[in-house]
Design a binder for this molecule. Structure first.
Ligand code: COA
Ligand code: AMP
Length: 631
């Protein structure tokens, strides 16, 4: 079947299409139908089926005789170690961990926060939760204690599973002290914490609350998988919204397994037994879907890589991993390739390795710039596929389905919608625009299986954030256009979310932190273009009248404050003190215009501006900082 036929079938007969796809996973009770519309515009998939995520990702492969197949390869240049875990070993480890958790009272529906770096134990912890029907929430290691505390208070975990430390090039990340700090801030207290002690830093355990990972599991009886309803939440993953309160995206168990399993063959062109590598972090949605659940459910080998594209030890790290583990498909963010290209522009290091196993490179997480795509195509000689998705959707909204047919690549476009996504480009009034015209990208409801049905205990926020602006549609928050052949082009966010090194960050959340600085009267944060990370946050600070603080001290204080409150991942290092911020007459800060000035783009002085002279002041301040930059 061609892509057009597959897409057409999914649109014409969603129930038939997704029930067929659902045969790719194991059910304890098959669903009576695919789509449940009773609560529209909130939709659910496979709600009356029963299945288990861990069974599908682990046990069923052992039962099918593939227990000796490698499930996880841990390749860690930062600790100079690597080892492999077979499906049979993984089953034993996960069943035992789940047994120990159950013995301490963790049951179906309980939440478990997981705060761990890129080690196999993070996948084991996720799968142990899935085995019990407990709902995990993985928190990325680059967040500060405060962000962890916000998540603890929102999902109220019965238990937290953490590692003693993470290892970043040149520094140890003190996970356990960060966890202690978070528990000091949070109102909610988990019943207990399980700590995986790494040899790079052995953490102090608090008696009565913390237990050692190994001691905890000693003598525990392994447990079987608990079947859960198809709409039971597999996990909650927090993502940036427009404020400091992150949004808890809920992932339903069945839809997520069905869609991910489908995508492995049809989008990524994989077969069971082959090696799939998503060079991301389990703290992000890409890691949830394509380091953990998709490759394992499909019976592939997945790689947990604890390193960076450069500096661990050099810009050949990715090529080394591809060669050593015979990777067939690599999935990463364009930033990683920009980093490699910057260190090794000629791509000479790629010539030192045998890359013959590699058949495709998939990029996502941010806009893939043409230079990077062309460089990767040239150096690797395989299809380089941009695909577009969000934490909310859990899998690609648009891509080039290599497993159905490789469509012509149009550089700058993540190609065409995946089955079940009815993508429309709308104007301000919600009317469709002509091909080639920029508009808000919306998806006609229902969204396909695997996508978010709601936000964790915040249904009203879900409705307001995603469903209210265009009734009958899901608002993606991205702007772009479609060409005459149906290819999509994703151009910008329509909200205050920015994308730094493939990481989604909220400028609103940073503004909340800056506003808390005692010398800051008013502030604005925008994203400015960066040749490595795509965007970087930049703060504009107006100081309190009469303050005696030196501007450079306030800037340094603000940089420290954001690192301390949000975390190093915010990469907030640029800030300028200005006298005034440009605003409309109604008081709205003109962030978009400021971003255009910083990026050296042409802009129109908004008719509603209060005082146009402020734009010149902003341009002068940016000029002192070297903006706009030459690219
Ligand atoms: N735990 C703790 N800290 C972390 C972290 C983690 N898991 N991941 C990143 N950080 C820290 C970094 O150490 C850095 O701290 P610093 O300010 O002290 O240097 C900061 O957060 C910013 O990290 P990052 O934006 O990743 O920048 P970098 O300079 O360390 O690395 C790249 C640049 C391009 C190599 C890196 O961003 C990269 O590999 N990107 C790939 C993107 C990706 O995987 N995206 C996921 C979505 S697909
Ligand atoms: P996240 O939820 O962190 O995955 O971020 C999702 C956002 O990243 C999207 O809404 C887009 O703004 C951006 N994004 C992801 N993939 C792409 C892509 N292929 N092209 C352009 N933008 C992308």
């Amino acid at each position: 079947m061609s892509y057009a036929e597959v897409y057409g079938t999914a649109m014409a007969d969603p129930d038939g299409f997704w029930l067929t796809a659902a045969q790719g996973v194991d059910w304890d009770t098959p669903p009576s139908k695919a789509l449940f519309t009773d609560n529209a515009p909130l939709y659910e998939w496979f709600a009356d089926g029963r299945l288990n995520g861990c069974w599908n990702a682990v046990d069923r492969h052992v039962q099918a005789g593939h227990g000796d197949r490698v499930a996880i390869i841990h390749d860690s240049p930062v600790t100079r170690t690597r080892h492999a875990i077979t499906y049979a070993e993984l089953q034993t480890r996960v069943a035992t961990l789940a047994g120990a958790l159950r013995a301490r009272g963790v049951e179906k529906g309980d939440r478990v926060i997981i705060y761990m770096p890129m080690i196999p134990e993070v996948l084991e912890a996720m799968l142990a939760c899935a085995r019990l029907g407990a709902i995990h929430s993985v928190v990325f290691g680059g967040f500060a204690a405060n962000e962890l505390a916000v998540r603890i208070d929102d999902c109220r975990p019965k238990c937290i599973i953490a590692a003693s430390c993470g290892v970043e090039p040149g520094r140890v990340v003190h996970y356990k002290p960060l966890l202690d700090g978070a528990l000091g801030i949070a109102d909610h207290a988990p019943a207990f914490c399980v700590i995986f002690q790494r040899e790079q830093e052995v953490a102090h355990l608090e008696e009565g609350r913390d237990v050692d990972w190994h001691a905890f599991q000693y003598g525990a009886d392994p447990v079987d998988c608990v079947p859960v309803e198809g709409n039971h939440p597999a996990y909650i993953l927090y993502t940036s919204g427009t404020t400091g309160q992150p949004k808890g995206v809920v992932r339903p168990t069945a839809g997520h397994l069905v869609a991910l399993n489908w995508s492995m063959r049809h989008l990524y062109d994989m077969n069971p037994g082959e090696v799939f590598w998503a060079a991301s972090d389990v703290g992000w949605v890409v890691g949830h879907s394509y380091i953990c659940y998709a490759p394992l459910t499909f019976g592939c080998t997945t790689i947990v890589f604890e390193g960076k594209p450069v500096g661990t030890p050099d810009a050949g790290a990715f090529w080394r991993v591809i060669q050593d583990h015979r990777v067939k498909c690599l999935f990463t963010a364009p930033t990683a390739f920009r980093a490699i290209k910057r260190e090794d522009p000629g791509g000479t290091l790629a010539g030192d390795y045998d890359l013959s196993s590699l058949e495709s490179l998939f990029l996502a997480g941010e806009r893939a710039d043409p230079d990077t795509i062309e460089w990767a195509q040239d150096k690797l000689g395989v299809p380089v596929i941009d695909h577009w998705w969000q934490t909310e959707t859990g899998w690609a909204i648009a891509g080039n389905p290599l497993g159905i047919e490789g469509l012509p690549v149009k550089i700058g476009s993540p190609a065409v919608p995946m089955p079940g996504y009815d993508v429309r480009i709308l104007d301000e009034g919600g009317q469709p625009v002509a091909d080639g015209t920029l508009g808000a990208i919306a998806i006609k409801l229902p969204l396909p299986p695997g996508t978010l049905p709601t936000l964790w205990q915040a249904e009203e926020r879900y409705r307001q954030n995603y469903l209210a602006r265009f009734p009958g549609y899901y608002e993606t928050g991205d702007a772009g256009y479609k060409d005459a052949e149906g290819y999509l082009y994703i151009m910008a966010r329509t909200d205050d979310v920015i994308n730094v090194a493939g990481h989604r960050l909220s400028t609103g959340a940073m503004e909340e932190v800056l506003a808390a600085h005692p010398d800051v009267a008013e502030c604005a944060v925008i994203g400015v273009a960066d040749h490595l990370k795509g965007q970087l946050p930049m703060g504009f600070l107006c100081l309190n009248a009469g303050t005696s603080a030196a501007p450079q001290d306030v800037v340094a204080g603000c940089v420290d404050l954001v690192r301390d409150r949000i975390g190093p991942v915010a990469a907030f290092k640029l800030a300028i003190v200005v006298d005034r911020l440009p605003k409309t007459r109604s008081g709205k800060i003109l962030r978009g215009t400021m971003a255009k000035i910083a990026d050296g783009k042409t802009y129109k002085t908004p008719a509603t501006i209060d005082d146009p002279a402020i734009l010149d002041e902003i341009a002068a301040a940016l000029g002192k900082l070297g903006y706009p930059r030459a690219h």
